[in-house]
Design a protein around this ligand. Sequence first.
Ligand code: SF4
Length: 364
Amino acid sequence: MHHVDTSERPVVLIWEVTQACGLSCDHCRADAQPDRHPDELSTAEGRRLLKEATAFGEGQLVVLSGGDPLVRDDIAELVAYGDELGLRTTMTPSGTRSLSTARVEALADAGLKRIAVSLDGASAERHDAFRGETGSFAETIRAVEDARNVGIPVQVNTTVCRETVGDLPAIRSLVSEVGAVMWSVFFLVPIGRGRVLEPIDPAEADAVMRWLAVVAEEEPFGLKTTEAPHYRRVVAQRSADDASDADGGGGNGGRTGVIAGDGFAFVSHTGEVYPSGFLPQSVGSVRERPVHELYREAPLFRKLRDRDALEGKCGACPYRTVCGGSRSRAYAHTGNPLESDPLCPYVPSGYDGPLPWESSSPTA
Ligand code: SF4
């Protein structure tokens, strides 16, 4: 999967199967609701979407997200159908009681390839306070054990913001203890309920990424960032500083980075297609047009794949191919998805245009 032509297919296709969820996390992107939306894609529409996703090619990765995907009683059927079609289907449940031992077993039988759980604190107090529900931490750890017992690899997702940044070293140890295969570190994009959280500042984000690059070298699990492609710039800069580190330090410096619309696509619960769940600009519905056509042909997606179309300091940046900045954060900040990512402190040499942290009047 390393040499995916991202103009043809996404590395990651996310389908938000529902916005319904038993939790109400402070930071929820989906603005989750207790009940399923009446206009959600039906079982038949979901099956058609999965079938169309096979047009992307062999082994397409499809992440079933939410809300809590386990709210849908057809979820195991959808996983099994994806598996039958040759898709690699993974899931991000909410880590509530809905992820019972019996359901974990059913998902394993259905052919689920990975479960991603959220850990936003290394202790019950901190995690549960962040997620707004007592017992969430214990349920998550139990679900991780269940997944390991039935042989489903586990990924841990963590949100980085002011409230969690101090706990990252302890969370890293927990990721290692639970035997996760991947740690996905999400740098907050302040949209939806995420607006109530406070992002860290750009210099701190770079410091966290330099630390993550060391973690990636030291730990057996994989590490990736979400909505923070400048991790690849940080890894590339480290490699340049240390000539002995020729392979890019365990990260993917040098390769074109996946960003919204370029290696990444999101299908909402009602079938709208966005470049990312954090860039809520629809290019059309899978009810009208197949997902592979929208991904390949929608003008917004094509523009997001043209790194020379970037604006601001990202457009002037020598790292725009390996990085490209979070298009979602640029959009949240300015209303223009091609603008600079305000979380990146790097200023390309010779650049004398506007800097995102100085702009006092965003157009959004
Ligand atoms: S300026 Fe933009 S493209 Fe360059 S490293 Fe920062 S976020 Fe990436």
